[in-house]
Design a protein around this ligand. Structure first.
Ligand code: COA
Length: 324
């Protein structure tokens, strides 16, 4: 068991073909490009014109399978991290399974908000280490535009749509070296997205509020603290230091937040990969999209050490140290 690792052998991502620059929000809200750009680092995002989360996930999965050079029939397991599933049932993972023809896999979704992909990759790695499966499709992605309140400037400008995928395969060569997960009840409900409203013939008061509810300052405080803590945990006891790590892929929530956290930890800024300018916050999608980009751009190559760190609603957080 100790010489078995989950190793990333392929990645892919997909966003809708409808980029929406900050300027769009100037036409519907009291906001401007300058405010959004300077507070968050976001310049644009993609909004669906018809694709649901499974559609983006299916494309990302097809690209990842191609990159890995394997067929869908070789998958034993599919796990999809999302907070914007197509449906409560079936799972989005099962819909992707049908779309790609992964007839030998079992499939399920994971809900851990912006930490979702980190949770899903960790779960997949555990299934591999116990010997139950050999090859796993791990997805993270959202169509958050369907959940946004387009009258609320404090949240509508922050989120976008997109999905990413990674294929994790059993290997005797180091792959995922260390994982760390955490969660803590969000006592103040500082990040909240309602599912179905509580409604039936016996309930008098109707709850009609839509959208993401967020206390930006509270989330900012939590995130800047937890990023450093989680990164330290992924390295703890491994003998590796930040100097050994080629690249850190953080959940893309806000570039200012990442900068603040890195300054606190004294880690060179260049080690952090940021693409929030193009995609905004796609929750479960940010880390696998970024992971695919750094591989495609050859910013990392086989053998490099990378760190992933996620944090978000729950509150949840987590990190992984990975040898590519
Ligand atoms: N355009 C213009 N003004 C806006 C705005 C927008 N899109 N959104 C909010 N404002 C206003 C507020 O109404 C407030 O106005 P007021 O002072 O008149 O009340 C002012 O800007 C300052 O709001 P505040 O919330 O203090 O701004 P901030 O500097 O904390 O920045 C965030 C707001 C959301 C960018 C910041 O808190 C943040 O990034 N938090 C973390 C969010 C996050 O990462 N969430 C996902 C985690 S997974």
């Amino acid at each position: 068991m100790y010489n078995i690792y989950g190793k990333i052998i392929g990645t892919g991502h997909c966003v809708p073909d409808n980029p929406v620059p900050n300027k769009y929000f100037e036409t519907i809200l009291e906001t401007d490009d300058e405010w959004i750009r300077t507070r968050t680092g976001i310049e644009s995002r993609y909004f669906s014109t018809g694709q649901n989360t499974s559609g983006l996930g299916t494309k990302a999965a097809e690209y990842a399978l191609k990159d890995a050079g394997i067929e869908a029939e070789e998958l034993d397991m599919i796990v999809f991290a999302t907070i914007s599933p197509d449906a409560f049932m079936p799972s989005t993972a099962c819909i992707v399974q049908k779309n790609i023809g992964a007839v030998n896999a079992f499939a399920f979704d994971i809900t851990a908000a912006c930490s979702g992909f980190v949770y899903a990759l960790t779960a997949a790695n555990q299934f591999i280490k116990t010997g139950q499966v050999k090859t796993v499709l791990v997805l993270g992605g959202e169509v958050l535009s369907k959940a946004l309140d387009f009258t609320d400037r404090s949240t509508a400008v922050l989120f976008g749509d997109g999905a990413g995928a990674a294929i994790l395969q059993k290997s005797n060569e180091p792959g995922i070296i260390q994982t760390y997960l955490g969660s803590k009840a969000d006592e103040k409900n500082c990040l909240f997205l309602k599912a179905l409203p509580l409604e039936n013939p016996f309930i008098e008061e109707k709850d009609t509020k839509k959208g993401i509810i967020m206390d930006g300052r509270e989330v900012f405080k939590f995130s800047t603290r937890i990023i450093g803590e989680a990164l330290d945990k992924a390295l703890e006891g491994t003998g590796y230091t930040y100097d050994d790590v080629k690249m850190i892929i953080p959940h893309q929530a806000n570039s200012r937040l990442i900068e603040y956290a890195t300054e606190k930890k004294n880690i060179p800024k260049e080690k952090f990969y940021l693409n929030i300018d193009q995609y905004s916050n796609t929750s479960g999608g940010t880390i696998p999209i970024a992971l695919n980009e750094v591989r495609q751009k050859k910013l990392v190559i086989s053998g490099d050490l990378i760190l992933l760190v996620g944090f978000g609603a729950g509150l949840t957080w987590g990190s992984l140290l990975i040898r590519l």
